[in-house]
Design a protein around this ligand. Structure first.
Ligand SMILES: [Zn+2]
Length: 266
């Protein structure tokens, strides 16, 4: 069994501020270490369930947070960014049996986490696919669905756990924290870590096919930018048009084309 794990930091237990997610800040080191520890726990859960190989994408910021040496057994770590449209699930293909997401967070425009965003907090106000405001989980869990790989597990803030469950009640979720204004209320990190390990193991021992997300095109992507200038720039992507000063719309056939457009317009 070959498993893929995509990891972010803004849904890691205890985190409360962008400084703690920023490698140029001293407080990042604590959360980099905790992100590594919680991803390692997810890998251990996968191996306990019979995985023979686990690929991990470090999908936060620079893509250089997780310490490869702290991951167990037969893991591969993808660091940095290739700029492939699959971004946070780079290298995912039909050879994998399941995907898990660790440290994920609420979408742009949500009150569920003071660091809520979708792809870029500095550029994007809201990102919609087929009129639905979407999270990074939407984008990359559906990308997994498009290549036939089920999304079986998610750990992150309560908002993204609710989102994942609404998309598919069969997914196993482990909540870490919830936002209250600019603050967070977090569960004890070691308790969350242990639940990530046991949750990943239980998810992989279950019926994986129940977690395969359907992906049907065509799609309409809308990106509402903070700055009108970004929307104007994006409106020159082939097929794109401005629907107001801050928002660009692109109609595409397949989900991968949504992701391809995002690489160029964000
Ligand atoms: Zn992040």
């Amino acid at each position: 069994m070959k498993i893929y794990i995509s990891a972010d930091i803004e849904g890691i237990a205890g985190i409360a501020h962008w400084d703690e997610a920023d490698r140029d800040h001293a407080s990042w080191e604590q959360f980099r270490d905790r992100m590594t520890e919680h991803v390692a726990a997810a890998c251990e859960g996968a191996f306990a369930a019979g995985a023979t190989e686990v690929w991990v994408k470090d999908a936060h910021g620079s893509g250089r947070n997780i310490d490869a040496a702290a991951l167990p057994g037969n893991t591969r770590l993808i660091r940095g960014w290739s700029e492939h449209p699959l971004m946070m699930v780079q290298e995912l293909d039909e050879s994998f049996d399941a995907v898990g997401f660790v440290g994920y967070h609420s979408r742009a425009g949500s009150g569920g986490n003071p660091m809520a965003h979708t792809l870029s907090s500095s550029k994007i106000m809201q990102l919609r696919v087929d009129d639905e405001p979407v999270s990074e989980y939407h984008l990359y869990a559906r990308a997994a669905g498009a290549v036939g790989v089920p999304s079986v597990f998610l750990s992150g803030d309560e908002g993204i756990c609710e989102t994942a469950t609404a998309m598919n009640p069969a997914v196993t979720v482990v909540p870490s924290l919830h936002g209250v204004g600019e603050s967070t209320v977090s569960r004890q990190p070691d308790v969350v870590r242990d639940e990530i390990s046991s949750g990943m193991e239980a998810a992989l021992r279950g019926d994986l096919s129940r977690c395969l997300l359907p992906v049907e095109g065509p799609h309409v992507l809308e990106v509402e930018f903070h700055k009108a200038g970004r929307a104007y720039r994006a409106s020159h992507y082939p097929g794109a048009s401005l629907i107001d000063d801050h928002t660009v719309r692109v109609a595409v056939e397949r989900h991968i084309d949504v992701l391809r457009a995002l690489v160029f317009i964000v």
